[in-house]
Design a protein around this ligand. Structure first.
Ligand code: TXA
Ligand code: MG
Length: 538
């Protein structure tokens, strides 16, 4: 099918109206996002919308009209509740959708078998013209391929729909950028099913208390029924994986910069203010200070992710879910398939270094000075007690449990360190849990600054949480000596252990501070004390 590209001239609007009256599909601009419109009272036409989008048939559509009086004129609803009247006066035409009991004329394709129908009066002048000139009620979901970000420009629509629909009416960029707020009046109190730029607070000022459906902010459990069927599907997703980072600005920037140093396949979905400070490729979603700008930029930003070469994961800074932020959060959390990482509220300082260099000595000195030191080795011992970790270890390495159900550590160690592949597997299973335990301890600590003592800080991915990282290094002969006297191993074994680790150059490039432990204990202590004082006084 050849898709006509139309503009907002009178002849073009008439052409689009004729297509719709004939049962065709036209993508139309609205102030929120582009809609894929068909005659709402023509079930066959509406079915073609689902085909073009690849949309599940159980997801109902919004019916758009030109004027409030059209709702009654066309018998779209059973009756108009007084609260709908009030919402109309306050917000229509505009980015609000109101669900009411449906009239008999509504085809099953539109309501997906529910006994309600969603109605909206858009304010975009071209949408208004198309509705007025055609005289139709238009069923229109967002004009994207199902699952992709909603389109906020004619170009976005063309990317998804060219060749699949009759026409695209180009009305420029959408000014709001996220879909309408959806509220149902079929419940008491009324309930917001999808947040938008019209906020809960604004609606409550007009009709009194409203609820926010649980699915707006939370992932539905498998047995929970979606009040709005659209909520249960994966949404707004670029091809790359999206992960939300929840925390303050500093920790967001730190996380990304640390990660980017060792992984070039990551990118940031960030506010304009942070772009300069982030080393990874950035896609901006507006100013931190301006939520409406963020809303307008959001879908364009999510689509832009797919244009970044070689990027497999994008880390978005998680907005606060209040006011307009609720709409942003609702879209992003779905784009992220509910994957959120909480950044630490504490200031974390990483302590790592070469084997035998004296990291443990530094750690003891810090503790002696009163610092909170969280040990990765201790966290590791706790991690393997975790039922889930134990189950994964059993699945990976065969029977590693003792008769009483506890872990046979010796057996795990024997198998895990027998080949590099097994070691890697062990790390994949335990590292996330170890990091989680350390972060949890950090949050529970009484002090604001905590030290992470971890020889595998980078390998385990704990580096990304660290405001600063301190590396302990020492000359090769000294490390060898210390290993030999401490661990009672042969020179060859010590050599093997040392060469399995990162070299000094690695620590010099990845750490912010280096402690050289080539001298006396007193000299080291002086350096450690200076480090401690610097860290806590910042
Ligand atoms: O801003 C918007 O609302 C855009 C423009 C084109 O108007 N439209 C839009 O439509 O976003 P769509 O189909 O992508 O999203 C409509 C949402 C879906 O989550 C759907 O499940 C829900 O509204 N919905 C529609 N009718 C419903 C009903 N009767 N009961 C519950 N939810 C309903
Ligand atoms: Mg949609």
């Amino acid at each position: 099918m050849k898709t006509l590209h139309l503009h907002n001239t009178q002849p073009d609007i008439e052409k689009a109206a004729a297509i719709l009256k004939d049962g065709g599909l036209v993508a139309m601009p609205t102030e929120t996002v582009y809609g894929l419109a068909a005659d709402a009272l023509n079930g066959d036409a509406v079915r073609r919308i689902f085909e073009a989008k690849g949309r599940p048939m159980d997801n109902p559509l919004i019916v758009h009209v030109a004027r409030f009086s059209d709702i009654e004129r066309l018998h779209l609803v059973k009756s108009i509740p007084p609260k709908a009247q009030k919402l109309n006066e306050a917000f229509w035409p505009g980015p609000l959708t109101v669900i009411m009991e449906k009239g008999e004329v509504i085809p099953d394709e539109v309501s997906a078998g529910l006994d309600t129908v969603a109605i909206r009066i858009p304010s975009h002048p071209d949408a208004h013209s198309l509705l007025a000139v055609s005289g139709l009620a238009l069923a229109a979901p967002s004009a994207n391929t199902s699952g992709k970000p909603s389109p906020t420009s004619a170009e976005h629509v063309a990317n998804d729909m060219d060749g699949r629909i009759d026409a695209i009416l180009d009305g420029g960029r959408c000014s709001v950028g996220v879909e309408s707020t959806v509220i149902t009046l079929a419940t008491d109190p009324p309930r917001i099913l999808r947040p938008g730029i019209i906020t809960r607070e604004q609606i409550e000022a007009v009709i009194g208390a409203v609820e926010v459906d649980r699915a707006v902010l939370h992932k539905l459990e498998n047995n929970e029924k979606a009040a709005s069927p659209g909520m249960k599907y994966k949404h707004y997703a670029p091809r790359a994986r999206v992960i939300l980072l929840r925390g303050d600005d500093e920790s967001y920037v730190t996380y990304l910069n640390r990660l980017y140093r060792r992984d070039r396949s990551v990118a940031a979905l960030c506010y304009t203010e942070d772009k300069e400070r982030i080393d990874a490729p950035c896609i901006t979603m507006g100013s931190m200070e301006d939520e409406e700008q963020q809303a307008q930029a959001l879908f364009d930003a999510l689509r832009a992710v797919d244009k970044l070469d070689g990027v497999t994961t994008v880390y978005a800074h998680c907005p606060a879910a209040t006011g307009v932020g609720m709409a942003l959060y609702n879209r992003l959390i779905r784009a992220a398939a509910f994957e959120v990482i909480d950044l630490p509220k504490k200031r974390i300082i990483g302590l790592t270094g070469q084997t035998g260099a004296g990291k443990s000595e530094v750690s003891r000195m810090l503790a002696g000075l009163g610092a909170t030191v969280i040990s990765a080795d201790e966290a590791a011992r706790e991690a393997v007690e975790d039922a889930e970790v134990r189950a994964m270890l059993s699945a990976a390495f065969g029977d590693v449990l003792k008769a009483d159900g506890t872990l046979d550590r010796q057996r795990v160690a024997n198998i895990a360190f027998s080949t590099p592949e097994n070691t890697e597997l062990l790390n994949q299973i335990t590292h996330p849990k170890i990091a989680a335990i350390m972060l949890d301890r950090a949050e529970k600590a009484a002090s604001d600054v905590v030290f992470f003592d971890a020889s595998q800080l980078f390998e385990a991915g704990e580096d990304v949480y660290c405001e600063r990282i301190v590396g302990v290094v020492a000359r090769q002969e000294l490390r060898m000596e210390r290993l030999l006297s401490r661990d009672r191993i042969t020179a060859r074994e010590a050599q093997l252990r040392m060469s399995a680790q990162f070299d000094e150059g690695f620590f010099l490039s990845m750490c912010d501070d280096i402690l050289y432990n080539n001298g006396t204990r007193e000299e080291l202590y002086t350096e450690v004390r200076a480090l401690y004082e610097r860290s806590v006084s910042q």
